[in-house]
Design a protein around this ligand. Structure first.
Ligand SMILES: Cc1cc2nc3c(=O)[nH]c(=O)nc-3n(C[C@H](O)[C@H](O)[C@H](O)COP(=O)(O)OP(=O)(O)OC[C@H]3O[C@@H](n4cnc5c(N)ncnc54)[C@H](O)[C@@H]3O)c2cc1C
Ligand code: FES
Ligand code: FES
Length: 484
């Protein structure tokens, strides 16, 4: 059996919802999950910013992965409805349950009550959902982990401590909830939805939404509809639609393409499918690419990292895209594919200009290839932003130096974000460093050259002059971090 046209299916409130998109209907394929939940009786899910910053709309998505449910917290405001096809959606309405006729709180909710951690009605539901996902995924819960997972749930009062205490108190305790009792059935239902799903085609209200089930079909559609806006995590695209009111008439959604969700560790390099989430990417590379892992730790929030993909970050070619400088420092190659051929090119050659790349209109990025770095290469990444979490870079950088046995510099690559219209290399400074001994004096002198090498702009985040000072100072920080 295959899917009917203009239809998606998902599980909500323990029931399979079969949603038909109708011409002129209130629910469109570009309606976000937040909007849908609020009009379908899930008013605990709040709208704050509508752009992934506040966490008030946090819900949990469960997917059947290798026959088991995997739970992740996401921002419902950034998810178009067809993206949740084949998933279970969980909101705070689903956490409490009835036992012997009495309403019982979920253990996470009860812990918050016991520790006086429940706060205003606007922030608490999102906080509860972030903690619920954490509770489902981790038996050992440390304060550091809780802080990392709550960075995307902004509270404007000062009350995080009781929340942290409440969930840390659950660490190591036996876990059972009513979701365990239903997980077998939910998994079966989700697998059955997936099995009968083919390519999803929704054409209503002057809008075309295509969600292919295979890479082969995605490439075919890419050729047929080059004007369709492609999306993977939609963390950039949904903001354009929600906030900038951009009218998009055709979408090509590759968010669920399993063909592009691989992480393969080879002998010489690691190969990452372009549609893995940034969180999954972090888990895959953390042992071998520490500077990339550090940058991922400063990327958006946990909810954003669960949605956003490296393919989207690179294709956006933003001068403040955080993965680009560090991936360049690691010598990342991209694999691009269209219907006829596959080609690879260094990421450094891929970015042409401000939000402009070498990608042809019938291509998509299929993979990132990261060679394991030699032991003699020192690679670090840095991000300067007004706030540590969920903030855009003012200046970012990634540095690579190779030294010989006498500490003489054999190779120098200094990449900067936020200093020009694209990620840019400090080539004059690199030339100055080559063949010299890596000392504090050299780093200080080189930082002076960096300050004169770029002409950044002044904007809301920083004056141009401050950007130059920051860029230079980052090299001194690099010296301090690599000093033997
Ligand atoms: C609250 C918030 C915080 C953020 N924080 C950060 C941050 O700290 N650092 C940072 O760098 N960015 C940040 N971003 C921006 C965004 O999350 C990233 O750029 C993200 O990596 C985009 O990936 P995506 O899969 O969501 O892209 P999408 O929105 O799906 O797509 C972005 C662009 O890439 C194209 N695209 C997507 N996948 C592919 C592919 N496989 N091949 C070719 N083209 C493709 C799309 O067509 C589109 O043009 C943040 C965004 C939000 C909303
Ligand atoms: S409404 Fe603020 S993150 Fe979604
Ligand atoms: S809990 Fe809502 S502002 Fe602090």
């Amino acid at each position: 059996m295959s899917m009917p046209e203009n239809n998606i299916q998902f599980i909500l409130d323990d029931r399979i919802i079969s949603l038909d998109f109708k011409d002129g209907g209130a629910i469109r394929p570009d309606t976000n999950l937040l909007g849908y939940l609020r009009i379908s009786g899930h008013s605990s899910v709040k709208e704050g910013c509508g752009e992934g910053d506040c966490g008030a709309c946090t819900v949990v998505i469960a997917e059947a992965v290798h026959g088991e449910l995997s739970y992740k917290a996401i921002n419902a405001c950034l998810v178009f409805l067809p993206m949740i096809h084949g998933c279970q959606v969980i909101t705070t309405e689903n956490l409490s349950f009835r036992q012997n006729g009495k309403l019982q709180l979920h253990p996470v909710q009860q812990a918050l009550v016991d520790h006086h951690g429940s706060q205003c009605g606007y922030c608490t539901p999102g906080i509860v959902m972030s903690l619920f996902a954490l509770w489902k995924n981790h038996s050992r819960i440390t304060p550091a982990l809780v802080k990392e997972r709550l960075a995307g749930n902004l509270c404007r009062c000062t009350g995080y401590q009781p929340i942290i205490d409440a969930i840390v108190d659950q660490s190591g305790k036996a876990r059972h909830d009513h979701f365990n009792d239903t997980s077998e059935k939910i998994t079966k239902d989700l697998i059955s939805i997936q099995q009968k799903s083919g390519d999803i085609v929704i054409s209503t209200s002057g809008l075309l939404y295509l969600k292919p089930a295979s890479l082969r079909e995605a490439l075919k559609l890419r050729k047929k509809y080059p004007e369709a806006t492609m999306l993977s995590g939609a963390t950039d695209i949904a903001v354009m639609v929600n906030k900038r009111k951009q009218e998009i008439s055709a979408y090509l959604d590759i968010s669920s393409l399993m063909d592009l969700k691989f992480i393969i560790k080879g002998d010489k390099y690691i190969s990452l499918g372009s549609c893995v989430s940034i969180h999954e990417m972090g888990e895959g590379i953390k042992d071998d690419f520490p500077a990339l892992f550090d940058m991922i730790g400063l990327f958006g929030s946990h909810q954003i990292r669960n949605l956003a993909t490296p393919g989207g970050n690179i294709a956006s070619a933003s001068p403040i895209g955080d993965l680009i400088p560090v991936l360049m420092a690691y010598g990342c190659e991209l694999e691009l594919q269209n219907q006829e051929r596959k080609r690879t090119m260094p990421l450094e050659h891929f970015i042409k200009g401000y939000h402009s790349t070498e990608m042809e209109e019938d291509e998509l990025i299929t993979a990132l290839i990261l060679p394991y770095p030699n032991k003699n290469k020192m690679i670090r990444s840095y991000k300067v932003s007004k706030r540590k979490d969920v903030d855009i870079s003012t200046v970012s950088s990634a540095f690579l130096l190779s030294l010989d046995k006498s500490d003489m510099i054999q190779e120098a690559k200094l990449f900067f974000g936020g200093m020009a219209a694209t990620t840019i290399r400090a080539v004059e400074t690199e030339d100055y460093l080559m063949g010299k001994k890596w000392t504090e004096e050299l780093a200080v002198n080189a930082s002076g050259i960096i300050r004169t090498e770029f002409e950044p702009i002044s904007d809301a985040r920083s004056a141009a002059e401050s950007r130059k000072i920051m860029a230079g100072n980052l090299l001194i920080r690099f010296w301090e971090d690599t000093e033997k």
